[in-house]
Write a protein that binds this ligand. Structure first.
Ligand code: GTP
Ligand code: MG
Length: 293
């Protein structure tokens, strides 16, 4: 599935991020805890170069807790590598958050910024940090938690923030919120499906039914008991298409004449996942330690 969505404001946002990069002390890359690798933007790695980075796994309330713990260990242990493979990247600290459920960001983010930029903390000094990431991961929500009030617009769709915004925290950190950015060619097919399932790409820009089939196939393999419970299935369907058809039948997603409306049933499955109604699910796990050695 190729993604045909790269709106103009993303080109501008990428330029703005590149321009303000030299003055930053710390980069806060917000990832989707349900898919930390697929939501890692190679453009961010490229622009960040040697800068230290906090990888925030946000929406962890929706992700499988054991898998999130494994990701935190994996991301911090990963040897720093720059995209060109030659120069090492800066230090990485990883943190799991749920910006809508807890205010933990308020203490943890300033603490980690200061740990990563000790030379910049102290009386009369500020740490400059920049929040970046793909669309719809919760960057602006985190800014609002940090500021203890609504300063940035948030919304449950990608591309809510359209330009850079600066805020100053009481803790002496100057922070910029940025529009979510994707990269022009998402080469990894499975990653682009995960991004679509998670809501980083507008529903209008994706082949919705094939996205739902991808999700259904994965849930059947990894979380079959959740499907049985949520949709009161008597037995587990053998294929993704059969699962979506059965969901449609059970939930009354029917066309006139009685055939199942696959688009409606697909919509239902994807939205149940996004809202956490299937329970806490991760769409990818880190490689086993032996694989990553
Ligand atoms: N369940 C859950 N939802 C979250 C969390 N953080 C943010 N959200 C929701 O995710 C949606 C997107 O949040 P935003 O803060 O607008 O995301 P953003 O990264 O700034 O998005 P863009 O500006 O479009 O790039 C909103 O509906 C938030 O309420 C979280 O930790 N858990
Ligand atoms: Mg935003």
């Amino acid at each position: 599935m190729s993604i045909q969505w790269y709106p103009g404001h993303m080109t501008r946002a990428r330029r703005a991020i590149a321009e303000s990069m030299p003055i930053q002390d710390v980069i806060i890359e917000v990832l989707d805890a349900r898919m930390p690798r697929s939501s890692e933007n190679p453009v961010v790695a490229e622009l960040r170069g040697q800068k230290p980075c906090i990888k925030v796994l946000n929406k962890s309330d929706l992700a499988d807790p054991a898998v999130t713990r494994a990701w935190l260990r994996h991301l911090e242990a990963e040897p720093p590598a720059a995209p060109d493979g030659a120069t090492p990247g800066g230090k990485v600290l990883a943190l799991a958050l749920s910006a809508t459920q807890s205010s933990e960001a308020r203490t943890r983010i300033p603490e980690l910024c200061k740990r990563l930029a000790p030379q910049r903390s102290g009386p009369g000094r500020v740490v400059r940090a920049m929040i970046v990431g793909i669309p719809n991961v919760g960057k602006s929500t985190i800014i609002n938690v940090l500021m203890e009030r609504k300063v940035a617009k948030v919304g449950d769709e990608p591309a809510v923030t359209k330009s850079q915004q600066l805020v100053t925290l009481k803790s002496g950190i100057v922070l910029s919120d940025n529009p979510g950015i994707l990269w022009p060619k998402i080469g990894d097919e499975a990653a682009s499906y995960r991004l679509a399932v998670g809501g980083a790409i507008p529903d209008t820009a994706i082949d919705y039914e094939s996205v739902a089939l991808f999700a259904a196939r994965y849930f059947l393999k990894r979380y079959p008991e959740r499907l049985v419970e949520r949709y009161k299935l008597k037995e587990l369907p053998a294929t993704a298409l059969e699962l979506i058809t059965e969901i449609g039948r059970r939930r009354g997603c029917l066309r006139s004449g009685g055939a199942v409306d696959l688009h409606k049933a697909s919509d239902l499955l994807v939205h149940d996942f996004r809202a956490g109604r299937l329970g806490r699910i991760s769409l990818e796990a880190p490689p086993a330690p032996a694989d990553s050695a």
